[in-house]
Write a protein that binds this ligand. Structure first.
Ligand code: AMP
Length: 455
């Protein structure tokens, strides 16, 4: 019936805290991932891909019941048989589970694994904080020595330099072993107990469940109170001190800038000895971009053997937020060449030219609908092309092509093979794909080489 409108159909948006990543930004994501694969590969790391869903108990036992992640942030739900499953909030516990499940201890140790993929935490979404976010991480399993901690951090620095970060600062601390931490926990509790009423709700809860976490409070009054608290450093065993000193010595030797942060404890329960963080401040803003540390007890806590290990996770979303312009530019694909048939030349002829360009690895787009020259040039411009190949009846008959520069409007007619060769040469000179390694990377590669020989 005329005049009657169909009921409005509700359009569906993405789930809160989860977002789409679109081109061309995804090209930068892919370049960051390719760089991680390349650099981590140099250090002997192989990729592991674990399922996105795990049994909830893995994280309860692995990450720790008293952590924010397990206490408040997990996406957990029952499967059809009522078993509780969780979208992985982090990837270290799944890697540890896989290590035990596949008996990877039988392989040559230390085993070096890296992962790249989405993680899920039910947090309040804000800039740099999503409910689905991505991590690039590495885990070194089966060696308790400080050289592992050192080499892992040298590799991390190499990766960040390959992304062309002009500055870098690792915040480093040791949380000691279980015995030193237990003694410290008791001392911290005893110090804070008389001040219980001065603490906020979160810290009061942590005083009972996980007092070390109070150390990284952001509340100014609590920070003031903590200034007089006993220091974890005074509770460390001689072995823990020696381990930490050896890690620092490696960082000094291989030129990884770091600052010892006595109050750095990190949010996850499983850490022992070395812990570290890199904030965007260390790369140039505020939030933590990288977190990691040694976890010598996690695998045995999950029912496996005693396997000491260390690892880190880089928040890829935050990394991309602060990724240097120079890397970003190199990561974007070069502009396409646009091929326009004119004067009634069939579209297939333009397609044939585009195919020849693509065969020489030149990105090319062909005008697929017969249209006016003006419309074709407008489209080429909107698609980001700098060069347009014009193919009219004269060019077709003579075996030639006209190359038009969109910015200057200058054009030149050349024999077909010569025109194609020139466009291929011009693409080689573009800063995008196929560009040589970044200047900073050469320097770290040298350090990494020395590292391999001497560590
Ligand atoms: P964690 O696994 O908590 O040690 O976190 C490691 C890194 O992952 C952090 O430094 C952040 O860069 C990143 N990250 C953690 N949670 C989120 C989130 N909700 N959204 C975006 N990035 C996150």
């Amino acid at each position: 019936m005329s005049g009657e409108r169909a009921p409005a159909v509700r359009s569906i948006a993405s789930v809160k805290g989860m977002r789409d990543l679109l081109p061309p930004e995804t090209a930068v994501w892919a370049a960051v991932e390719a760089t991680a694969r390349r650099i981590f590969g140099r250090y002997g790391y192989g990729e592991i891909r674990t399922p996105i869903l795990e049994e909830t108990e893995l994280f309860v036992r692995g990450v720790g019941e008293a952590t924010d992640i397990v206490g408040k942030e997990m996406f957990s739900f029952p499967d059809k048989k009522g078993k509780s499953l969780t979208l992985r909030p982090e990837n270290t516990a799944p890697v540890a589970r896989a290590f035990v499940e596949h008996n990877l201890r039988e392989r040559a140790l230390p085993l070096k694994l890296f992962y790249i993929g989405p993680q899920f935490r039910y947090e309040r979404p804000q800039r740099g904080r999503y409910r689905q976010f991505y991590q690039i991480g590495a885990e070194l399993l089966g060696d308790p020595g400080p050289a592992c901690d050192g080499e892992l951090l040298v590799m991390l620095a190499c990766f960040l330099r390959a992304l062309e970060f002009p500055q870098l600062l690792v915040l480093l601390n040791t949380v000691g072993d279980e015995a030193s931490r237990a003694a410290y926990r008791a001392a911290l509790r005893a110090y804070l107990a008389p001040h219980r009423n001065e603490l906020g709700e979160d810290s009061r809860r942590r005083l009972d469940t996980n007092p070390l976490r109070i150390l990284d409070t952001k509340v100014p009054a609590e920070r003031e109170l903590l200034a007089g608290a006993p220091a974890l450093a005074d509770f460390l065993s001689a072995e823990c001190r020696a381990h930490f000193a050896a890690v620092c010595a490696i960082l000094d030797r291989f030129g990884v800038p770091y600052r010892v942060e006595p109050r750095l404890v990190r949010g996850l329960d499983y850490y022992t000895r070395t812990v570290f963080e890199i904030t965007a401040g260390g790369l140039g803003a505020q939030d933590a971009v990288v977190g990691g540390g040694r976890y010598d007890r996690l695998i045995s806590d999950l029912g496996g053997p005693e396997v000491p290990a260390i690892g880190f996770a880089i928040g890829q979303d935050r990394l991309l937020d602060v990724c240097p312009e120079s890397f970003r530019r190199r990561a974007l694909p070069p502009p396409p060449v646009f091929v326009a048939p004119v004067g009634g030349v069939p579209v297939e002829e333009a397609l044939a030219v585009a195919e020849e360009l693509r065969a020489s690895d030149v990105p090319a787009l062909a005008e697929l609908q017969p249209s006016s020259l003006k419309a074709a040039l407008r489209r080429a411009d909107r698609l980001g092309a700098r060069r347009v190949v014009l193919l009219g009846p004269d060019e077709l008959a003579a075996g030639e092509l006209t190359i038009k520069d969109l910015a200057s409007a200058a054009q030149e007619r050349l024999p077909r093979s010569e025109a194609l060769a020139r466009l291929a040469r011009e693409k080689e000179a573009e800063p995008g794909r196929g560009a040589p390694a970044a200047p900073g990377e050469q320097e770290t590669a040298r350090l990494a080489r020395d590292d391999k020989e001497t560590v």
